[in-house]
Design a protein around this ligand. Sequence first.
Ligand SMILES: C[S@@+](CC[C@H](N)C(=O)[O-])C[C@H]1O[C@@H](n2cnc3c(N)ncnc32)[C@H](O)[C@@H]1O
Length: 242
Amino acid sequence: MTLADSWEAHSRQWIEWARAPGFDSYWRYHRDQFLALVPPPGRQTVDIGCGEGRLTRHLKGLGHRIIGIDASPSLVAAAREADPSMDIRHANASALPLQDASADLAIAFMTLHDIDEMPLAVREIARVLEPGGKLCLAIVHPINSAGRFEESAADAPFVIKGDYLRPFRFADTVERDGMTMTFHSQHRPISAYFSALEQAGLLVEALREPDIPDHALNSEASRRWQRLPLFLQMRVVRPAAD
Ligand SMILES: C[S@@+](CC[C@H](N)C(=O)[O-])C[C@H]1O[C@@H](n2cnc3c(N)ncnc32)[C@H](O)[C@@H]1O
């Protein structure tokens, strides 16, 4: 089963999880930390792996002319239903249904680690960006996906039992407040992302390992995530032609 198939299989769980107000890190702090990296609206923004469209709708509200792309038919249907005026396309990120140089901004928020052919997707993003165009991305931090805390206490040891350097697929089932979600993803070392960006001719101009603000902690034990980054955010640019 591909990662895209797994996301389709869990689409109902994801819609419930993603839309519960204030429930996950997106609502509590991650979206706003990510938006600090995002340039103001320009000619055309593309949201790659838009899911049910929560960030796509928010960016539209901020004035972005936006196209959402996702490989899950059910999530595409949910995004269209939530805002029928939005241009949401069912497509694989490794074959974007967009013209060369047709966008000045691409967003890949919490998606590249969920995409099987990540280097192809990055190459496609570079193709659709105009010279000078930017890609803003957020992923599960590779140190996070490489290991786990031995227990949930604030001072629990974080242990990497397997390989950091070798990619592997994993599934993480999280249960909280009566909701369950299984996240299907691929662990890759940071160098795999930098190699994909390098091959696509994209240059990193900003990198963030966001800290969880105190007000967003939902328990004392969750302070363990103030010791290690949950997420990695970057803004990269397709260099303007000389
Ligand atoms: C964690 S969700 C993020 C959704 C959205 N960006 C958000 O933060 O609410 C990952 C998304 O990547 C999509 N995805 C996985 N593989 C894909 C692929 N090959 N092409 C396009 N989208 C893909 C999934 O369907 C899912 O919607």
